[in-house]
Design a protein around this ligand. Structure first.
Ligand code: ADP
Ligand code: ZN
Ligand code: ZN
Length: 834
């Protein structure tokens, strides 16, 4: 084919096309089209390939780093494409399989490729006009290795904490700066500003070696020992060194001190005597697991048969559910699966619900697998994230993390383990893509020809349904490891307790007695209240006024610690009014209670107990979570009070009692998953009790003591819970029998919102009939100043219908946005809401 000659424009310059090569580029923003066509001029011709980043102009004057998703020779008919400005990579940063996953997600979750790209790539790989750069303090102030332009940027950053891309352009007097910034990022001179920036982890560890002459002449060691002979502790430390030095690699100073049981004054003393020499060893930014690995424990009979059963099931099925009661030892089974995979050289992805809550599991796995594990979590800084990202494509054996870990560029992925597969935090609520980590992982595995192991004590209704239909396999572990039995359940009737006047604040008499007896017997207690703060409502007794957020349709929660009323949706906070703003009465009282109040009250009724609290408010600091867990593990605390954070996979062996203070609240979510969530939450929290040798107890305080879920958790009877629940799902056209799509429209003006929602619903109803429900006002009808309306769509499981419906959603949105004054209505589409 001959070169097509045409004219186009980039900014001000004109160019004559000399090639007929075009690329399709995904931009990291929500755009109407999946990709945009750009022209490749001669200069970049041999550099473009699939998966690399190119710098392109989009919109009026914005530059983005987009990804090349395709190369072709078709000149677009509608317009003359702009030329790419720069090629940023020599090698692709995504592979074809990742791209196929992105495409699937964009289509399944009804969003754009750019939005998927945005979620998928670590920040450092996405430069845009909004990017801000900072100097990396670890790099130091020696800029002698930098070239002139690099130096100018670094120098500017010593004077000014951060720079915008705009500033960089001015400083070096040129328009295109991404390649330069990219290089500085890779060299560790810069990093990108992010909202939650954790302090940099040190890149070096202090190591110890023998000083000359001892290093080269072993026979002099005797002399060294005699120099130290007056201090036992120094001798110990030298022995520890010799022992460690026999192993491979460098010997860390901390390690020696640990083995010898001495502090740094001892190693320093040896250094001063000219026997030790200290040096800094560079380590990867991805923190290494420095400790000895645990020996592997032998499997229980139940675990052995589960593994045999898994092997058989995986011969036929690609997805198998490991349904094991709490404490059955599922983690040990995962470990076995991982080891077998590693022996075959296969890569493993291990997904966990929110990472902060599962430190215990990661620590357990690290004790097994050490540095074979790369953890990909939000607390890594942007450079570290890129390192883990790259390590995946280099074939790192085990990648572990929350849902976003599934975006890594896997090399030889053969196993995906989804731990606690039922957990709601696998779903991304905001922003797009609103994807489910478990479901996306199953598609990812399909693309790689990998197997998926889903594990939980309380399967999602959808998952269990798939085992019933034969789509997934299932392996069950009914008993707890080590013969401990599931706890005994006691339901406490709060109506009855109130009548008998036995309530002390929110504690029934049996609960108080139970806590006392448990602690007296040397055991620990976990108390669960699914609400943080002190009290969720401040109400006026005279006129009924209650303190509400100015931006959201919710009451403000009183936090005693800060002595403020706070909004849990938008963070708004204000002081407590002395009198009712509506009627002036001074009779304001607190209604309802959260974890903070439980803690406070308990200190009043049982002052001798050591109490600690685990909720969003107490885990804000860097190591706060770890400290709370460790203190409880080390039995420095008698009673741990918490929100649903205490339900998530924690394994403490000394817990004798779990108390649920208000089960009614947990069982009354206003949606079709209320029962499911309640069952899961209560079973999981109960599962923390009696993991040691003696049987534990669970006490549940309830007004509605006849709720079926309360009976079902008592017998840990997932079967009867499921049988009841699945019937309702079928009868009311809910998943897994129907697919749900929830559309939320938002606007600051209620009138605009109402009309927009009507137009939208009307449009859809014309196409989809009574599958469209709403618009309806959600239970929280205003958040951060935006009014909300929900439209729910219930679709039969028919692929054609579903894809037709998604197209209509798009068209309906366009219909709304084309009306005058309605372009600012936000329309969020959530496929499989939960
Ligand atoms: P689950 O995840 O199924 O709730 P865990 O994996 O936390 O259960 O196991 C429960 C407890 O039993 C843990 O303390 C774990 O260390 C212990 N355990 C499980 N399997 C073994 C084994 N084979 N050998 C020794 N301890 C085990
Ligand atoms: Zn009042
Ligand atoms: Zn608010």
């Amino acid at each position: 084919m001959s070169d097509s000659i045409f004219e186009g424009s980039v900014g001000e310059e004109h160019f004559i096309a000399k090639t007929n090569t075009f690329v399709e580029v995904i931009l990291p923003i929500a755009t109407p089209k999946p990709t945009y066509t750009y022209y490749v001029d001669e200069q970049h011709l041999d550099q473009v390939q699939f998966g690399i980043r190119v710098e392109v102009q989009f919109g009026k004057n914005k530059l983005y780093s987009g990804i090349v998703a395709g190369i072709h020779d078709k000149l677009p008919k509608s317009h003359t494409p702009k030329a790419i400005v720069n090629v940023m990579d020599d090698e692709p940063i995504i592979n074809q399989t990742q791209f196929r996953l992105w495409q699937w997600m964009a289509s399944y979750y009804a969003c754009t490729l750019g939005e998927v790209m945005n979620a998928a790539l670590p920040a450092n790989l996405k430069l845009s006009s909004e990017t801000r750069i900072l100097l990396n303090p670890d790099y130091g102030d020696d800029f002698s290795d930098l070239n002139d332009r690099e130096y100018l940027i670094a120098e500017a950053l010593t004077l000014q904490a951060e720079l915008k891309i705009e500033d960089v352009r001015k400083i070096i007097g040129q328009y295109t700066v991404y390649p330069l910034i990219k290089k500085l990022l890779e060299e560790g001179v810069l990093y990108l500003k992010e909202e939650m920036l954790e302090k940099y982890k040190p890149k070096t560890v202090k190591c110890v070696r023998l000083a000359v002459p001892y290093r080269n002449q072993e026979e002099l060691l005797d002399e060294a020992f005699s120099k130290l002979s007056r201090s036992n502790r120094q001798v110990e430390a030298l022995m520890a060194f010799i022992q460690e030095a026999r192993k491979e690699g460098d010997v860390s100073k901390v390690k020696i001190q640990e083995i010898a049981g001495v502090d740094s004054s001892v190693t320093r003393a040896i250094e001063q005597k000219g026997i030790f020499e200290f040096y800094d060893k560079e380590v990867s930014r991805i923190s290494k697991y420095g400790k000895d690995l645990d020996a592997i424990t032998s499997l229980s009979d139940q675990q052995i048969s589960a593994l045999t059963e898994l092997r058989t099931q995986f011969e036929e099925k690609n997805v198998v559910l490991l349904h094991g009661v709490t404490g059955s030892g599922k983690t040990r089974v995962y470990i076995e699966v991982i080891q077998a995979a590693l022996a075959r050289g296969e890569q493993v992805l291990y997904l966990l619900p929110e990472i902060a809550l599962t430190t215990q599991i990661i620590m357990r796995l690290q004790k097994m697998f050490g540095d074979k594990i790369a953890v990909y979590h939000s607390k890594l800084n942007s450079n570290e994230r890129v390192e883990v990202y790259k390590s995946a494509s280099a074939g790192a054996p085990i990648l572990i993390g929350p849902r976003s870990t599934l975006f890594l560029p896997f090399k030889n992925l053969k196993w995906v383990i989804v731990d606690e597969e039922h957990d709601g935090s696998y779903k991304q609520h905001d922003p797009n893509p609103r994807y489910h980590g478990r479901d996306t992982a199953i598609y990812l595995a399909h693309l790689h020809g990998a197997k998926v192991l889903l594990g939980t004590a309380t399967p999602a209704v959808e998952t269990f349904h798939h085992t019933k239909t034969g789509k997934y396999g299932i392996v069950t572990m009914k008993e707890r490891f080590g013969g401990s039995v599931l706890p005994k359940l006691e339901i406490i009737d709060l109506k009855d307790q109130t009548k008998k006047q036995q309530m002390q604040s929110h504690f029934s008499l049996p609960m108080i007695e139970g806590i006392k007896a448990t602690v007296a017997a040397g055991k620990q207690v976990i108390l669960f209240q699914n609400r943080r703060g002190y009290s969720p409502t401040l109400r006026c007794e005279s006129c009924g006024w209650s303190s509400e957020c100015v931006h959201c349709d919710v009451t403000l929660t009183y936090h005693k610690h800060t002595n403020k009323l706070q909004c849990h949706y938008c963070g708004y906070a204000k002081d407590i009014p002395k009198e009712c703003p509506a009627c002036g009465s001074a009779k304001l009282h607190m209604q309802g209670f959260g974890t903070e109040k439980v803690e406070d009250d308990l200190k009043v009724y049982l002052p001798e107990l050591r109490v600690s609290r685990l909720d969003l408010d107490t885990v804000r600091g860097k190591n706060a979570l770890l400290n709370i867990i460790q203190d409880f593990e080390e039995r420095k605390v008698d009673v741990l009070i918490g929100t649903q954070m205490v339900t998530k996979g924690l394994d403490f062996e000394n817990v004798g009692l779990v108390g649920v203070l208000n089960s009614d609240m947990t069982l009354s979510y206003p949606d079709f998953r209320a029962s499911e969530r309640g069952f899961q939450l209560l079973t999981q929290v109960s599962g923390r009790s009696g993991r040691g040798k003696e049987r534990g107890t669970v006490m549940v305080q309830a007004y509605d003591t006849n709720h079926p879920v309360l009976q079902e958790i008592g017998t840990a009877d997932y079967g009867s819970f499921f049988a009841r629940e699945i019937q309702e799902r079928q009868a009311f056209k809910y998943p897994p029998y129907h697919r749900l799509i929830k559309v939320t429209l938002k606007h600051k003006k209620p009138s605009v919102l109402n009309t927009a929602a009507k137009i939208y619903a009307h449009f859809l109803r014309n196409k989809l009939g009574d599958r469209v429900i709403g618009p309806a006002i959600p239970s929280v009808s205003r958040i951060r100043g935006y009014y909300l309306l929900d439209i729910m769509i219930k679709l039969e499981l028919n692929a054609k219908l579903i894809s037709f419906a998604k197209k209509q959603l798009h068209a309906a949105a366009q219909d709304v946005h084309s009306e005058r004054g309605f372009s600012t209505v936000r329309i969020n589409v959530d496929v499989d809401p939960n």
